[in-house]
Design a protein around this ligand. Structure first.
Ligand SMILES: [Zn+2]
Length: 828
């Protein structure tokens, strides 16, 4: 067990982008040799993808040759997505891969805990109440015990709760608690069946101008407590400065729009010692032995490998092979298991690259289903004069094998084909932390050995056994799929195991605004050729579904058919899920296959239970035609169509008061006043439309970076007020106002089942023309009254709301629909 785990934990050392082969050049090999000779490590700890200081990670990895990792407590599931529609778990998956892409550039490794990024949190107390604190702490301890850092660096200050995101302060607090707990055998003793305790030597807080409110304030602050060093170093071997590498790494955070331009020259970093033996030296490893000498049996290895470093040939790296193989043999004899496994992985990678090896196993198709047989094309080549024998290649999970026992001569390509039979019990390709539905701010992971890992280790692989004189080495390669793209050329993607059939609804939510039945379609897509069966839907007893089932037949793999059912809702308001089920030869399937494909990260496959949220609403509405101005992206248009409105998306450039007159209401998408430059010139037309009897609904904007100060016909100041507790009590300030009474009577019940938060960026001051409708607040805070503001202007109404309708609509929250219908209907 223990062995299996450490192998998993080291997996990503060699295979960051599992499907794309790493091809090291002579300079990069030399960097790896330097790293092989450095036995020290740094663990950087933050809360989210993007919290990490890539400049520092790159500095430790490339300048100090330190084994460096970033532990992000969450996968960033709660944020916004600037490059596509994915949110929540799917966004977390994208950000996970963006972090891996960043680490591939800056040379770090990546870990996560099971904590789910549930959205903004004001205090660490709140954060640790929503997360299962003991579980997150246990994960941080687990990662420290396995990674065994000498030095821990916190991104955030553990002493300033409330001044930043609660997740941030929590990451620092948990890090310090884990610093001690990792060394204490009485803490999480079950982990010690798999690993052993570890005591990091010291911990720092990586302070920066950000914590002082700006460069100027930081300049003036006393830095006596800090150690500091210049990270603006230049690497002639790579042709890049450290800040340039760091920017390339940071620019991988595309879903957050963190494109970054590199700089050159001095770049100071500041670390404040906060725990452990806090030696004051500019070198964080001062007093820590980071040489081979710290290991029993290390001195001899050190001698050989330092010769390799000194005599390295940039024109012929293979010249080092005899000594590298000698060192490899000695590393196998190290009594210390942690270092033996770690350094074995590193030196094998160096031997591989120095030999100019290329080993690859490519599937003839991008995916397969359990029990399928797939042809795997094998390729092996040696680009050195060093004699190498290709002994065997064995596939996993099934053990089909070839044993060529042939010499790989310099630059002579060896190829073969072999069949992979996917065993019946093989799991589908999907992220391990999403196999079960998350609960209470935590992902559920059944296999404890996977906890901490950034992604699921490849399910299918080929093991190439090569013999270098008297040394046999196994090289594991993931089975990949690749094709030639007419624009992008050679394109790799992971080889995936998928269900025989996947089922997908066209929508995530269907709203029934009255008793009438609606058509519900399910798209069936086959994962293999020639399948046939039946498909049916189930919902609660109160829902009627016709027909009972549909038969289907699909000839080609990847082909689809859509079948339609008629669903009649109950008379009373009710929310439930419709679950589809397909039967093929007695085998049942109910999964949806989701593919996420962006250029900067590997294609991701996600297999989740298929389901459709349905809600029968008791909803009245007035008005018919709504104009919508798109902002940063929300599903308000689709949601309003669901409850029977007609919605036209407006082209801002051609807006005029006259063109708006036909609309019963005009709605601005979220952050439209932050993102749509052209609105600067159209506010007057919108206000005139209101004056003449129109109804303008403005959803939340942030108070920084507005395209115009003129956001309202009357004075209205935006603030950073927000209510993050989605269950916070909602009090009615204007009980008799039409917006709470017409045509739907809004009650407390309409604020049930809200998700993630009540709302954000509420106004905090306004002129008397406005009526504040609702009051709410988070625990221990003063009431916030700006979530829904209504003003009569001329003949019409101007409404400003920071309520997060954009989060409630996609999950079918009944009350959110009813209140929005009132906003549109006001004055009608
Ligand atoms: Zn953050």
């Amino acid at each position: 067990m223990r062995k299996l785990f450490s192998l998993l934990f080291c997996f990503f050392l060699l295979n960051l982008h599992a499907q794309e082969p790493e091809k090291l050049n002579a300079s990069e090999i030399f960097q790896k040799i330097k790293k092989l000779n450095f036995l020290g490590s740094v663990l950087y700890i933050g809360a989210h993808p993007d919290d990490e200081n890539t400049r520092l990670i790159s500095y430790f990895s490339n300048e100090k040759h330190t084994r460096t990792a970033y532990l992000s407590l969450t996968r960033g599931d709660g944020g916004q997505n600037l490059i596509g529609p994915e949110l929540r778990e799917q966004l977390g998956l994208i950000r996970t891969q963006e972090l891996l892409a960043a680490r591939e550039i800056d040379g770090g490794e990546q870990f996560f805990t099971r904590a789910n990024d549930f959205g903004y949190s004001k205090t660490p107390e709140e954060t640790l109440e929503i997360w299962d604190k003991e579980k997150v702490l246990s994960d941080v301890v687990w990662i420290i015990r396995n990674f065994k850092p000498d030095v821990i660096i916190n991104r955030f200050d553990h002493r300033t709760p409330g001044s930043t995101h609660g997740h941030h302060t929590s990451s620092a607090l948990l890090s310090l608690e884990a610093f001690d707990a990792a060394a204490n055998p009485n803490k999480f003793p079950d982990q010690l069946n798999y690993t052993n305790t570890h005591q990091p030597k010291r911990a720092y807080f990586n302070t920066s101008p950000w914590f002082y409110g700006g460069e100027e304030a930081f300049e003036e602050a006393s830095k006596d407590r800090f150690i500091s060093f210049d990270t603006g170093v230049y690497f002639p071997l790579l042709g890049l400065s450290n800040p340039e590498i760091s920017s390339l790494s940071r620019s991988q955070h595309q879903s957050q729009g963190f494109g970054s331009t590199g700089s050159r020259g001095k770049q100071m970093e500041y670390l404040e010692p906060i725990k452990g033996d806090t030696i004051r030296s500019q070198d964080v490893f001062e007093g820590i032995d980071t040489s081979w000498n710290k290991l029993e049996g290390g001195a001899e290895i050190s001698k050989i490998l330092h010769q390799v470093e000194e005599n390295y040939s940039f024109t012929n790296p293979a010249a080092s092979l005899p000594q590298l193989l000698e060192a490899y043999k000695l590393i196998q004899k190290l009594p210390n298991e942690h270092w033996r496994e770690l350094k074995t992985k590193e030196i094998k990678n160096i031997i591989y690259a120095s030999t100019g090896l290329f080993l690859e196993a490519v599937a003839s198709q991008p995916s397969a289903t359990p029990k399928d047989s797939v042809t795997i094309k094998l390729e092996a080549i040696n680009r050195s004069d060093f004699p190498v024998i290709l002994s065997s290649i064995e596939l996993s999970p099934n053990d089909s094998k070839v044993q060529p026992e042939t010499e790989l001569k310099n630059n002579e390509n060896w190829q073969n084909k072999i069949a992979l039979k996917v065993p019946e019990k093989t799991s589908y390709t999907t992220p391990y932390w999403l196999e079960e539905e998350s609960k209470n701010g935590m992902y559920i992971v059944k296999n404890r050995e996977l906890i901490g890992l950034p992604e699921t280790p490849g399910l299918t692989k080929a093991v190439f056994k090569l013999t270098f004189k008297d040394v046999s080495l196994n090289f594991e390669k993931p089975i990949v799929y690749k094709y030639n793209d007419a624009v992008f050329g050679e394109t790799y993607q992971p080889f995936e195991v998928i269900p025989k059939i996947s089922l997908a609804f066209e929508e995530d939510v269907i709203i029934f605004e009255n008793e009438e039945s609606k058509k519900v379609s399910v798209k069936l897509t086959s994962g293999k050729p020639n399948i046939q069966g039946e498909v049916s839907l189930t919902a609660g007893d109160n829902w009627k579904i016709k027909p009972e089932n549909h038969k289907f037949q699909l000839q080609q793999k990847g082909s689809s058919v859509t079948v339609t059912f008629e669903v009649t809702p109950p008379k009373e308001q009710e929310e439930t899920f419709i679950i589809p089920s397909a039967t093929i030869n007695g085998e049942e399937f109910s999964e949806k296959l989701i593919s996420i494909d962006y250029k900067h990260i590997p294609k991701q496959n996600l297999v989740v239970p298929a389901k459709l949220k349905v809600a029968r609403l008791e909803i009245e509405k007035k008005g018919d035609l709504v104009g919508y101005i798109e902002g940063a992206g929300d599903v308000v248009p689709e949601s309003l169509q669901q409850i029977g409105y007609r919605v036209n998306k407006l082209n801002v450039a051609s807006i005029s008061q006259a063109s708006l007159q036909k609309y019963d209401a005009v709605v601005l998408g979220i952050r439209a006043l932050n993102t749509v430059e052209a609105l600067k010139y159209k506010q007057q037309a919108l206000f005139d439309y209101v004056k003449n009897g129109g109804n303008l609904i403005v959803q939340y904007n942030t108070n920084r970076g507005l395209v115009t100060e003129n956001i309202s016909p009357f004075p209205l100041e935006l603030s950073r007020d927000r209510v993050t507790d989605e269950t916070a009590e909602v009090r009615f300030l204007a009980e008799d106002h039409p917006i709470l009474n017409f045509p739907n009577k809004i009650t407390e019940k309409d604020f049930e089942n809200w998700v993630q938060e009540r709302g954000l960026y509420f106004p905090d001051s306004w002129s008397e023309d406005f009526t504040p409708i609702l009051s709410m607040n988070d625990k221990n805070e003063t009431p916030k009254n700006g979530s829904l503001m209504v003003a009569k202007y001329g003949e019409g109404y101007f409404i400003y709301t920071g309520l997060s309708f954009f989060r409630q609509f996609p999950v079918g929250v009944a009350g959110a629909y009813r209140l929005f219908a009132n906003m549109i209907s006001i004055g009608k």
